[in-house]
Design a protein. Sequence first.
Length: 624
Amino acid sequence: MALLRSTGVAGPAASFPVIRLEPPDKAAVWSWSRGERTERHAFVVVKAGSEVREALVDLTRRSVIRVEPRPNVQTAIVPAEWRRATALVKADPRWQRAMRLRGITDFRGIFCDALSVGQFGEPERRRLLKVPCYDARGTTNIYGRPIEGLMALVDVGAGVVVEVTDSGPVPVSRADPSLEQERQRELQPALRPIASSAPAGFNFTMDDGLVRWAAWSFHIGFDQRVGPIVSTVRYRDGARERPVLYQGHISEMFVPYMDPDPNWAFRSYMDVGEYGFGNLASKLAAGIDCPAGAVMISATLPGQSGEPYSARDVMCVFERNTTMPLWRRSEIVTGSHEARQDVELVLRTIPTVGNYDYVYDWVFNRKGEIRIEVGATGIAAAKGVPAATADARGGEQPHGALIAPNLVAPYHDHYLSFRLDLDVDGLANSFVSERLVAETLPAGSARRSIWKRVSAVEPSELGIDANHGSGLWRVENRSVKTALGYYPSFEIVGGHNAASLLRSDDPPQRRAGFSARPLWVTSHKPGEVYAAGDYPNQSAGGEGIARFVDGEAIDGRDLVLWYTMGFHHVTRPEDWPVLATVRHAVTLRPHRFFAQNPALGVPREVDPASRERRQPTEPAAQRR
């Protein structure tokens, strides 16, 4: 940052919300060999007051290539702004007066949050945050006792509380939402330890970000906005290192709440672009967040001042035995029995975004598959209500569920957009959509109907219809063929891809247009990275995917897929006071990529002749 300050691009009071390496040319990356020197550029966002500028810096020559203003945009929210906004609110006489009306005079145990405001109506140039508060006295679950009906609007740029709105006191839940074991009234019988270990050592290697495991190799990076970046993924097929995925990472996450109350209707977060999955990645605990013995990975991230800092243990890598057979065949006729254990390699991070924790995994297996899993856990956002039971007046809610006395958890959605830059056996790929179509058989056939697959190579950029029905989506390379004469491809298997139910003219939906479709396909362009645009905070919408899909040809081109992992959260009492982890996934699956099952060559881990028949140990409670 010394270069930007010395050249006058950044003044002494400027901050740097974004500092990242610009990706080099793709073809050069795929052909790069260790030891080769490459020129690198850095992309920097410079913020001075309300002014935002973007700079491109040549790191090799230590020169500024270009500087461009970005008027009328808001950068992501940073922790210093949260602290400033909450301090301003607590010092405001209007807020203090409203708290005293609720019988609260000691503000030291009150926790206040700072939330992005979205955009509703006219563009807003002030840098705004909305601040609700919670009664955290006597509990470690700071979100467990919301102080409902009270909301402050803060202009954090100017350092003023714009307004404090109070719709009247609502009873604060007195139930203890703490999560510590010592504070639970009843505990289940403890299980004996169940260990997952690698007594003979790891089966993977890590060397300066390059991971090798089984037939896979890939690089790991970490970014302040998107968190883990998996790149240059190859599969070793005989003597060939076959490219599969150039780069994959989360691009955006949209979380709109379904409560029309003014204190809730604005809550339509863009958690990646407004806050940052990398910035909010929490420190992982071995033996809890990751298996004991997992390799813990720290990341170096840029601070607002431009100085780097170490984010400790924000990723982990480990192997796990799924306890399912990778494949199995027991032959009755010959008496043979062959099976292999399904072992996976996992890269994990867990960003804590306000009240939610997201267990975010990249999973590689020996079937040639790559799976992205996201487990949602943490604390459901709750609002205070007068009713203590569902059968009381006001207890049954159309937009949420009563989860505890005087607490309702509003319904909401989660839409995660993953940017998947697939390069299947090279850069020239095509997108194939296939439908499973019923076929009526002619008279005289024993059957009356069957189904067949009908394929179409899509000519131009598109979004898959939300009502897509049964079928397959594939990225294939039509310039090469396998030994069987097929074009090699990878299939996108979407396990959770609910599309948004919001109207297209609803302001939050305009900002998150990507959530309207389960999958988008675009031609690769280096600057098209974020599904809701570069600056989603307080944006009006129409950026990102809405601009990327413009009818450009995609057949035989370098393609990028944008998969929407979508799920509706219909809340329930079992979600309180902490959410049991619910997992969602999407899989990249080889389809005609290999000539046979790639797991056929997996050797036995245990020699059949050495297997012992073991009986389970009798439970301790049944011993005499």
